[in-house]
Design a protein around this ligand. Sequence first.
Ligand code: UDX
Length: 434
Amino acid sequence: MSEEEKAPIGVVGVGWVGLVTAACLADLGHQVIARDVVEEKVEALRRGEVTIHEPGLSDLLARNSERLRFTTDMDELLDRARLLFVCVDTPPTYSGDADLSRVRSVVADLEENGDHVLVMKSTVPAGTGEIIRRDLPGVAYVSCPEFLKEGSAVDDFLHPDRVVIGASDRDRAAADEVADLYRPLGGELVMTDTSSAEMIKLASNAYLSTRISFINEIANVCEEVGADVTEVARGMGLDQRIGSHFLRPGIGFGGSCFPKDVSALKLLAGNSGYHFQLLNAVIEVNELQKRRVVSKLARHLGSLVGKRVALLGLAFKPDTDDMREASSLVLSARLRGEGAEVVAYDPVARENARTLLPGVEVTVTAEQALEGADAAVLVTEWPEFREIDWAGVAATMRHPLLIDGRNFLDAEVMKRAGFTYEGIGRPGVGSETE
Ligand code: UDX
């Protein structure tokens, strides 16, 4: 059968993972039908409008438009596609467990013996696949967790470190079929059972989060003893057993995955009768890290009542407009709680910010946010912040004070520009800290 005659691949849920998966599978030469319940989103995608900010994605969608079809119709998907990549979100519920209602509604749409292969990309608690498999004895089930990062999602999909594929012995043939789809991308194939595949995803995100909380605590100790965490992380990272990735201290991790997955793994363990102590600390350290900036500001400015504080960068990291669990949310709420006036700027998350930060003035340029400010906090390390004429900006601020929450700017450059500058876990510079 030629590629064109093969059944199209179905993608259920066109969020970050779904849209990138659909676009990349099309780019690999497959016909793809992607389905979402949100009509406006599907219509926008049909018009060629990209619904998320993700480098390289618009080009990929445009280049493969012939092979991509977007629909709201689940029946069309089930009629035409056999392989169904499930990419619906599993956000945390009030209890912190993963909300599986969207996964369940996909499962409910399947017939027991519909000759479908369910490929689970959504992050689900370990054990979920086994339950679905028991409920749908005629449907093949393959766990294939997604490891892409926002901001480099297309590149991550097309150049994976590893591809994890979990299935029971019964569904080995389906697992091999999924493996064949990924084989052209390179990256080691990890063929395993369903629950282990699900655990690999949760454990990876929990471990990376643990590294961040660890280095954040090291940074806090560095501040006490006068060491520089950048040097410490560099020295640690050169040990091959440790490695240098994910040792950047800052004002906490955010996004749609780490906070949710750490909490989901902790609760999954708890629900199974095991108390995962370490993850409690990872979560607590992360929450406190977001708030430490407020005490740093207070140390320089005294009371924050009536002080104007500019937040630079609102997305949870650069190259995305996503503000889910972003440190900027906690920080702006804490500052407003202390009586400060908050003004904020982000190159792409402006629209999200207007909805998510009520009472905060959102400006169109960084310079506007900084003008007249008593202090600035660099929250997200957007490259354009290095291009700011800091000396020019210092002259427009009430106090040229900058807390660099990502250790992104050059301390000496900032000092020369007239700033009192303080990062995370390294000695500050400038008149008030010398
Ligand atoms: C993460 C995982 O990396 C990815 O494999 C998974 O599929 C989804 O979750 P993502 O949330 O897109 O991806 O972003 P990532 O680049 O991993 O950063 C997450 C958060 O950690 C950001 O807030 C970032 O600022 C923070 N971070 C990251 C640090 O504070 N220090 C670091 O060293 C690295």
